[in-house]
Design a protein around this ligand. Structure first.
Ligand SMILES: [Zn+2]
Length: 630
C-alpha cells in the first residue's frame, strides 16, 4: 500500500463538510455556533456530542471521543484510515493518487473500482429481487408464504425483502441485460461457474429434462448459473446501510439443500464481520446498552417490527470474535434468544467465547420448546416478550444448571471432570471482577471449595496465554483521551492551534531548544513543527490525522474551547512563564551540582558562572519590559 500525500488529505478534508458527513449518518441539531446529537460512541440521555462547523471537528464532552472528519468515519464505520480517506475522497469526487511503494497502486485502484461496481450491482439486485416479490407473478408463492407468517407488504418494503426465482439463469440473464459482465457477477458470488457446480444432481424440476448434451451446449452459451434459486431474499447491509451480500431462505424445503444460504466471501462481504440488522438497530442498542441476539433474519425482523428494536443477528450460527468486538462498541450486555433445540443451544455456547473475551455480560432467554422469537413475539406480544428479555438468566446460571443436570455430583470423578470443563469456560472471562463472581457461583453450585476451583481456572488461563489468539485485544489507548499536559503547556497548545498571531510569535522563539527542557511538551512541539494554519480547518484535519487517537481526542476538545480575544498578549505571558520555569529548573540543578563534593576548581568556576548567568536571565525576564507585562 502506498502513502497518501498530506496535500491530498487536506484537499479531501476541505471538500467534505463535517456537518454534512456526520449529518448523513444521523441527524444533528443546531446549538449556537455548533451542532449537537446524542453521542454514537457512548450511551447518553442528553446530547454532548458536538460538531464544530468552523473548526470542522467533532468532540464528545461525555466520553471524550473526537477528532477530524477522518477519525469520525474510521470510528463510526470501524474502518482503517486509508479506507476512510478513500470513502471521503469518493464522496467528494477526488481521485486519491498514492505515492507508490512499489507498484501496488494499480492493484488497489482496481480493487476499489471492483468494490464500487459490486456495490452498485448489489443495490440494483436487491431492487430486482424486491420487485419479484412485490409485483411479479413469479413471486406469488413467496408472497403467500410471507403473508401466512404475518409479514405485511409494508414490512417487506421496509426490509427490502425479495425473491429469487426458481430458475437457473433468471438473475444472470437479467444482470447481463443490465450490462454487467459475467466476471463481475462471479466476483459478486451471485452467480457460480458451471464447472464448480455443487448441485447439478439436484436441479429443480421446473427446468429438469435436460440431457447432458443440452447441458454441454448451455455451458458454452452461459458458463454460469444463479446461486440463489427459489429463495426469499434478505439483503445484508453494512452498518451504513449499503447492501453488501444476501441471505436466501428456501421457500420450499428440499432435500439436500440448505434452508439458509448466504453470499460467499467477496470483496464486499467478510463472513463473521457483519451483524444483520445493525444498520437499523444501532441507536436502539446504544440507548438500551443491551443487544437482543436472535438467530434468523425473520426472527430479527419480527422483533424489530413488534417494537423490540435493540436486536442483531449474527450471520451464521455463532458469534465471531470480530462481531463481538463490533457489538461491544454499542452495548455492555447481550441477551441470547436462541432456540431451545440442541442446535440453538450449541450456537449459544459457541457464541460465548467471543462474547466473554470482549467483556460482554451474557444472559440467556430460553425460548419454549417449538417456538422461536418470531412465533413467540407474534403470539404473546411485545410486553410479554420484553419481560422474557428482562428476566433472562445470567449465562452461567443457565449453563451450570444444564451441565450439572446430566452429571452425578455425588461421584467425585465426574464432579472433577465437570469442574475442569467449567473452569475452561470461566477462564475465558477476561474481566477479573466478573471472573471472580462467576468462580464463586460455580464453585458453590458444584460443591467444591472456591480456592480449588479458582486454581483450576488459573491453570487454564496460563495455558491459554501461550496459545495464539486470532486478534489481539483492543488496546485501551484507542478509547481513552490523552491526559492534558500541565496547564501552561496546554494553554500554549491551544493558542498555537487556534490563533495565527500567537502561533507566529511562538515559531519566532527558540522554541525547540526551550521546549526540550519542558516535561510534557511533546504535543506542543508537534503542533509547532506542523505547517497547520489555524484559520484553515482542512489543514487542522490534516494535522490531526498524524496524531494518535488519544492525542486527537485531546486536540478536538481544545478546538472547541473558547479562546480569549487578546491571544497575542496571552501567548507572550504564557511563553514568558515557560521560559522562567525552565530557567528556575536549570538554576536549581546547577545550585545542587555545586554542592557536590570532589568538584574540580574548573567545574566550580563554570557552575558559578552558569548560576550567575541564569540569575541574570531570570532577572531580565521578570522586568516589566515592553508588551510582555500584560
Ligand atoms: Zn460520547
Amino acid at each position: 500500500m502506498g502513502t497518501i500525500p498530506s496535500e491530498t488529505i487536506e484537499q479531501i478534508a476541505a471538500a467534505n463538510d463535517i456537518v454534512e458527513v456526520i449529518g448523513a449518518y444521523f441527524p444533528l441539531k443546531r446549538a449556537g455556533a455548533n451542532f449537537k446529537a446524542l453521542c454514537p460512541f457512548h450511551q447518553e440521555k442528553t446530547p454532548s456530542f458536538t460538531v464544530s462547523p468552523s473548526r470542522q471537528t467533532f468532540h464528545c464532552f461525555g466520553c471524550g471521543a473526537g477528532g477530524s472528519v477522518f477519525r469520525f468515519v474510521m470510528d463510526y464505520e470501524h474502518i482503517d484510515f486509508p479506507l476512510a480517506v478513500r470513502k471521503l475522497a469518493a464522496r467528494a469526487g477526488i481521485t486519491v493518487v498514492e505515492k507508490s511503494r512499489g507498484g501496488g497502486v494499480d492493484d488497489e485502484e482496481r480493487q476499489r473500482e471492483l468494490r464500487q461496481r459490486l456495490l452498485k450491482l448489489h443495490s440494483e439486485t436487491a431492487h430486482w429481487f424486491h420487485e419479484n416479490l412485490i409485483k411479479r407473478e413469479v413471486g406469488d408463492a413467496a408472497r403467500k408464504y410471507l403473508r401466512a407468517r404475518g409479514t405485511t407488504v409494508e414490512i417487506a418494503k421496509r426490509w427490502q425483502l425479495g425473491y429469487a426465482p426458481n430458475e437457473w439463469e433468471a438473475f444472470g440473464n437479467w444482470a447481463r441485460g443490465r450490462g454487467y459482465e459475467v466476471r463481475d457477477l462471479i466476483m459478486s458470488g451471485l452467480v457460480k461457474m458451471k464447472e464448480d457446480s455443487d448441485s447439478t444432481t439436484s436441479r429443480p424440476s421446473a427446468s429438469a429434462p435436460r440431457t447432458p448434451m443440452d447441458r454441454e451446449q448451455a455451458a458454452h452459451a452461459t458458463p454460469s448459473y444463479d446461486r440463489f434459486r427459489g429463495r426469499i431474499m434478505f439483503p445484508i447491509h453494512n452498518d451504513i446501510g449499503e447492501v453488501i451480500a444476501f441471505s436466501g431462505r428456501l421457500l420450499q424445503d428440499e432435500e439436500g439443500a440448505a434452508k439458509y444460504l448466504n453470499s460467499p466471501e467477496t470483496a464486499l462481504f467478510r463472513k463473521g464481520s457483519v451483524l444483520f440488522g445493525l444498520d437499523k438497530s444501532k441507536r436502539a442498542l446504544i440507548e438500551a446498552n443491551c443487544a437482543v441476539v436472535c438467530e434468523g433474519q425473520l426472527d430479527l425482523i419480527s422483533l424489530f417490527e413488534a417494537g423490540i428494536t435493540n436486536v442483531v443477528a449474527p450471520q451464521g450460527t455463532a458469534f465471531t470474535e470480530r462481531q463481538a468486538r463490533i457489538l461491544k462498541r454499542f452495548v455492555n450486555e447481550v441477551v441470547l434468544c436462541f432456540d431451545a433445540d440442541a442446535a440453538g443451544q450449541k450456537a449459544a455456547e459457541r457464541s460465548l467465547d467471543a462474547l466473554l473475551q470482549n467483556d460482554l455480560i451474557v444472559r440467556v432467554a430460553e425460548m419454549p420448546v417449538g417456538e422461536d422469537p418470531d412465533s413467540l413475539v407474534r403470539r404473546e406480544g411485545k410486553e410479554n416478550f420484553g419481560r422474557r428479555i428482562a428476566s433472562a438468566r445470567d449465562f452461567f446460571d443457565y449453563w451450570i444448571e444444564r451441565e450439572t443436570a446430566n452429571v452425578d455430583l455425588a461421584s467425585f470423578g465426574s464432579k472433577i471432570q465437570l469442574a475442569r470443563r467449567l473452569a475452561e469456560t470461566v477462564s475465558r472471562v477476561r474481566d477479573p471482577l466478573m471472573r471472580g463472581e462467576v468462580i464463586s457461583k460455580v464453585s458453590a453450585r458444584l460443591g467444591v471449595a472456591a480456592p480449588d476451583f479458582q486454581a483450576l481456572v488459573s491453570q487454564q488461563r496460563s495455558a491459554e496465554r501461550y496459545s495464539s489468539r486470532e486478534h489481539p485485544p483492543d488496546t485501551d489507548s484507542a478509547s481513552a483521551m490523552a491526559p492534558a499536559p500541565r496547564h501552561d503547556v496546554a494553554m500554549l497548545c491551544i493558542l498555537a492551534l487556534r490563533d495565527e498571531t500567537a502561533r507566529d510569535f511562538l515559531r519566532q522563539q527558540n522554541w525547540r531548544e526551550i521546549l526540550a527542557d519542558v516535561p510534557d511538551a511533546e504535543l506542543l512541539v508537534r503542533i509547532l513543527e506542523s505547517d497547520l494554519r489555524p484559520d484553515d480547518s482542512a489543514s487542522l484535519n490534516a494535522f490531526m490525522v498524524t496524531l494518535s487517537p488519544a492525542d486527537e481526542r485531546l486536540v478536538s476538545s481544545w478546538l472547541l474551547q473558547k479562546i480569549p480575544a487578546n491571544a497575542g498578549a496571552m501567548v507572550e505571558k504564557w511563553w514568558l512563564g515557560i521560559r522562567q520555569s525552565v530557567l528556575r529548573r536549570q538554576l536549581s540543578i546547577a545550585t545542587n551540582q555545586i554542592k557536590l563534593p570532589e568538584l574540580s576548581t574548573g567545574d566550580i568556576i563554570n557552575l558559578q558562572k552558569q548560576i550567575l548567568d541564569l540569575q541574570e536571565q531570570l532577572h531580565e525576564l521578570s522586568q516589566p519590559a515592553g508588551a510582555a507585562d500584560n
